[in-house]
Design a protein around this ligand. Structure first.
Ligand SMILES: Nc1ncnc2c1ncn2[C@@H]1O[C@H](COP(=O)(O)OP(=O)(O)O)[C@@H](O)[C@H]1O
Ligand SMILES: [Mg+2]
Length: 131
């Protein structure tokens, strides 16, 4: 019952709210949270060389989850954000994805960002969109 929760994080306040919902739920289900950041900037991806310790969104989120006493995994990938979220949900057998309605971009008139929209369309499991 929602024990494997995937939270894609981009460092935005929106994704921090998504993470807080995931923590609240994981406390109730004795669940595990998998954090995923997808790098879209090739130079950033090369610079970090896939090393999670240099990924700020993952680092920050991991600490928040650990401090809440919840088991946590981190995944760092490159490529198309929606595709990598969907693939990770399948690969890890996630039972729920929790994303922010919006992320880092500035187009605040939009209700949903392109990532949250794409995840809602393609996810292999239920999705919670936080706002
Ligand atoms: N690069 C990314 N890696 C992981 N998760 C992401 C990434 N970009 C966005 N997300 C997730 O999708 C949510 C919505 O972001 P997005 O659709 O990109 O909105 P915006 O268009 O405002 O940037 C974020 O709150 C976060 O949960
Ligand atoms: Mg975005």
């Amino acid at each position: 019952m929602y024990q494997k929760i995937l939270v894609p994080v981009d460092g935005s306040e929106h994704s921090k709210r998504a993470l807080q919902e995931a923590i609240n739920l994981a406390k109730m289900t004795d669940g595990t949270i998998t954090l995923l950041n997808v790098q879209t900037n090739p130079s950033a991806a090369t610079a970090s060389n896939g090393r999670v310790e240099q990924n700020k969104p993952l680092n920050e989120a991991q600490k928040i989850v650990q401090d809440a006493g919840i088991a946590v995994n981190t995944v760092l990938l490159q490529g198309n954000v929606v595709d990598q979220i969907v693939k990770t949900a399948k690969d890890t057998g996630s039972e729920l994805i929790i994303v922010g309605a919006r992320g880092l971009s500035k187009f605040e008139e939009l209700l949903l960002g392109s990532v949250s929209h794409g995840v809602l369309e393609k996810a292999p499991c239920p999705v919670i969109v936080t706002r």
